[in-house]
Design a protein around this ligand. Structure first.
Ligand code: 0X9
Ligand code: ZN
Length: 302
């Protein structure tokens, strides 16, 4: 059972998804979209009130970066609210949600096993001299350009080739399979209290940046109303730093999904990536308000 009072293991997270599929067979179906390098199942949950209708899909993932532990609980809270809270069933009238709560389970588990490993970011695949690729530099859209590294021991190593990682391949293959239905791509990271849209590989803005900004601003406002948490909204390069090969850029530029956002959740703890378990509930509940605003917009538009 997911409690939001502690950070759960990948096995506990997958067991929760299994339980939902068993208890809510009409609403939930699971698909293992691939295996991680170390063989863990990448379980994706599809939440739909009518899976034969081909409704617009909101695809959301979390846990691309191992140490960003606050991100999977935000995905799990959305899952819990959509599936277990009857008052939210209307959110699914017009859209389906497809959620992968842990993209990089090997890194996540590695960061949990030993305090020395707590701030691991990358996957755990074996290179020539070091382990791990930055999965968020491994997507094939302007891959290996600015803000990524070709040195395999560095934190932003883009990998030996685009989609070298099983985990990024799995996300790519799944999204491409249903790409005409995916109207919104969301990826949860920490930390920074930012809602970011493409591009991350260059300073120019996409031609539809005004609409991306409007929706991002509405989401930030919904979050702010809960407890005053203030998010910044803008393109990656206008408010953060360039980083090519990210999943957000690929979703928009590679898969053609107009609405693509990286959400940088609030930080906490000693280095920002390690908020204490008491922060989980306030973060997941305020973020859920923002996610509902994304839902409303997509439900209205498509
Ligand atoms: O650098 C990243 O991958 C993300 N920040 S984090 O601190 N969570 O590592 C930001 C990703 C923004 N998007 C792109 N760079 N494409
Ligand atoms: Zn991240």
């Amino acid at each position: 059972e997911i409690t939001f009072k502690k950070y759960h293991s990948h096995d506990e997270i997958n067991a929760y998804l299994d339980k939902l599929e068993k208890n809510y067979p009409k609403l939930v179906s699971l698909e293992t979209i691939g295996k991680s390098y170390e063989g863990r199942s990448l379980k994706l949950i599809k939440i739909s009130t009518d899976s034969s209708a081909g409704k617009p899909v909101i695809f959301m993932d979390a846990g691309i970066h191992a140490r960003e532990w606050i991100a999977p609980p935000v995905a799990l809270y959305a899952i819990k609210e959509l599936v277990e809270n009857e008052a939210n069933i209307h959110l699914l009238d017009k859209v389906d949600w497809h959620i992968l709560p842990v993209v990089n389970p090997d890194g996540y588990e590695f960061s949990r096993t030993n305090t020395l490993n707590r701030f691991w970011r990358k996957t755990r695949s074996q290179g020539q001299t070091c382990k791990g690729v930055d999965a968020n530099r491994n997507f094939d859209f302007h891959w290996a350009e600015t803000g990524s590294s070709s040195r395999e021991c560095l934190e932003t190593y883009h990998g030996p080739r685009p989609f070298s990682e099983l985990e990024t391949q799995a996300v790519k293959e799944y999204i491409l399979r249903i790409k005409d239905r995916v109207k919104l791509y969301l990826t949860l990271h920490s930390y920074g209290k930012m809602i970011l849209y493409p591009w991350g590989y260059k300073y120019e803005l996409p031609e539809d940046h005004e609409e991306l900004q409007v929706l991002g601003d509405a989401v930030a406002e919904s979050i702010r109303r809960v407890a005053g948490t203030k998010y910044a909204v803008g393109s990656v390069t206008s408010i953060l730093l360039p980083g090519a090969g990210g999943s957000d850029d690929w979703a928009k530029g590679g898969a053609g999904i107009k609405f693509s956002y990286t959400v940088e959740l609030p930080g906490g703890g000693s280095k920002g990536f390690d908020p204490p378990p008491t922060k989980i509930t306030p973060v997941v509940t305020e973020t859920w308000e923002g996610l509902k605003t994304f839902n409303d917009y997509i439900a209205k538009k498509y």
